[in-house]
Design a protein around this ligand. Structure first.
Ligand SMILES: Nc1nc2c(ncn2[C@@H]2O[C@H](COP(=O)(O)OP(=O)(O)O)[C@@H](O)[C@H]2O)c(=O)[nH]1
Ligand SMILES: [Mg+2]
Length: 213
């Protein structure tokens, strides 16, 4: 299977309980709104192969599986993540106020280089809005986050959020800012790119020549 993609990125979905993290993951993977959002405790996990800038990337996405309800999201959950969706609910200032804590955890427990996109979810509930777009975009700018308002209900900007984050990671790999080989980078090579690495423009032939003399 790994033959079919160039890279694998580990992603997290973080933010306060009830912001719509599980629904965002479900909408991205299944292309539909998850109606019965039962708060099961266990591992919630999804993966999807996407095309980003001509590369095939497998996104391996971890959901908190309800742990955030007990303020006990574990270190092992964060370990080795390349990207994260940091979610608040635009109709709940409380979930917006909690962002700083989530951000600190992500940067200390995952990696200081983790690429994060801030998602103001429940965009469809504009009438009940407690946090303006402008306020959140300032917060995003100050904290070097990308930012989108999303709706797991209508699907608006859901795929865009995951793709934007993946594209940024890919750009950082290509510019050398991120090293996929660093321990805990959250990035793995798939079979497609390994084939290219094994045969980089005639260098194998060169290596063989050197060996034989
Ligand atoms: N109107 C609306 N409701 C949403 C949206 N996303 C999630 N919900 C609802 O918000 C509640 C919490 O969603 P859930 O995904 O379980 O949140 P989590 O605790 O962050 O995983 C559920 O009742 C969902 O139906 C959205 O984009 N719009
Ligand atoms: Mg959930």
């Amino acid at each position: 299977m790994s033959e079919t993609y160039d890279f694998l990125f580990k992603f997290l979905v973080i933010g306060s309980a009830g912001t719509g993290k599980s629904c965002l993951l479900h909408q991205f993977i299944e292309n539909k709104f998850k109606q019965d959002s039962n708060h099961t405790i266990g591992v919630e996990f999804g993966s999807k192969v996407v095309n980003v800038g001509g590369k095939t990337v497998k996104l391996q996405i971890w959901d908190t599986a309800g742990q955030e309800r007990f303020r006990s999201v574990t270190r092992s959950y964060y370990r080795g993540a390349a990207g994260a969706l940091l979610v608040y609910d635009i109709t709940s200032r409380e979930t917006y106020n909690a962002l700083t804590n989530w951000l600190t955890d992500a940067r200390t427990l995952a990696s200081p280089n983790i690429v994060i996109i801030l998602c103001g979810n429940k965009k469809d509930l504009d009438a009940d809005r407690e946090v303006t777009f402008l306020e959140a975009s300032r917060f995003a700018q100050e904290n070097e986050l990308m930012f989108l308002e999303t709706s797991a209900l209508t699907g608006e900007n859901v795929e865009e959020a995951f793709l934007k984050c993946a594209r940024t990671i890919l750009n950082k790999i290509e510019s050398g800012e991120l090293d996929p080989e660093r321990m805990g980078s959250g990035i793995q090579y798939g079979g497609a790119s390994l084939r290219q690495l094994r045969q980089p423009r005639g260098s194998q032939a060169q290596a063989r020549q050197q060996c034989s003399c």
